[in-house]
Design a protein around this ligand. Structure first.
Ligand SMILES: Cc1cc2nc3c(=O)[nH]c(=O)nc-3n(C[C@H](O)[C@H](O)[C@H](O)COP(=O)(O)O)c2cc1C
Length: 179
């Protein structure tokens, strides 16, 4: 069944390794016949959540920047793939800020069921993406109908473009194809 797949790229750097990993996932998802949309946080204005909680009644955030449009894309997707560089053994701050700003989703009749995490880092240890994955799991735990369906990590990539030829690209492609 064709699904709406949203890929949220959170690296702000040009020739981003995680964007390349996302492209492989997108290729797979398109090959599976899914409708895929990619949104990048590059150039977007996304302020921190102030914790006012107005969103829980209004259904949207009161801060007028780019976060609400992205939140609506998450709301309308069947599948959400978060894409992040590992920063201090966690998801990027910009990814966490976007997750917080999407707090209006919490009481709403969201559609997403399957969530993926795609991450990259200079370090190549199995444990490197663990906390980022834990963070995504924490988000998903707040949405009873959703689950973390998979994650792929490309370690040992630091300079922009270093991911070229990495074995994780094939894994991301397969993951997208099976999404
Ligand atoms: C602020 C910052 C923190 C980082 N922290 C880590 C880290 O904890 N572990 C690691 O292996 N790499 C770390 N890195 C390296 C990036 O994860 C790595 O360069 C990655 O390829 C960047 O992905 P991107 O090209 O998609 O932005 C850090 C980079 C930055 C800028």
């Amino acid at each position: 069944m064709a699904k709406k797949v949203l890929v949220v790229e959170t690296s702000l750097r040009a020739k981003s390794n995680s964007d390349v990993l996302a492209e492989a996932f997108v290729k797979g998802a398109k090959e599976a016949g899914h409708e895929v949309e990619v949104v990048s946080l590059k150039g977007k204005k996304i302020a921190f959540c102030t914790g006012c909680m107005a969103c829980q009644k209004l259904g949207h955030c009161v801060i007028e920047d780019d976060a609400n449009a992205i939140t609506e894309k998450i709301y309308n997707a069947d599948v959400v793939a978060w894409v992040t560089p590992i920063y201090y053994y966690e998801m990027s701050g910009q990814m966490k800020t976007m997750i917080d700003r999407a707090n209006s989703l919490y009481p709403r009749d969201y559609r997403f069921r399957d969530v993926y995490l795609l991450s990259v880092a200079a370090d190549d240890a199995d444990a490197t993406p663990e906390h980022a994955l834990g963070g995504v799991q924490g988000w998903v735990d707040c949405f009873e109908q959703a689950r973390v369906k998979g994650s792929v990590f490309a370690g040992g990539v630091d300079e922009p473009g270093a991911i070229e030829g990495h074995e994780a690209l094939q894994k991301a492609f397969e993951m997208g194809k099976n999404s």
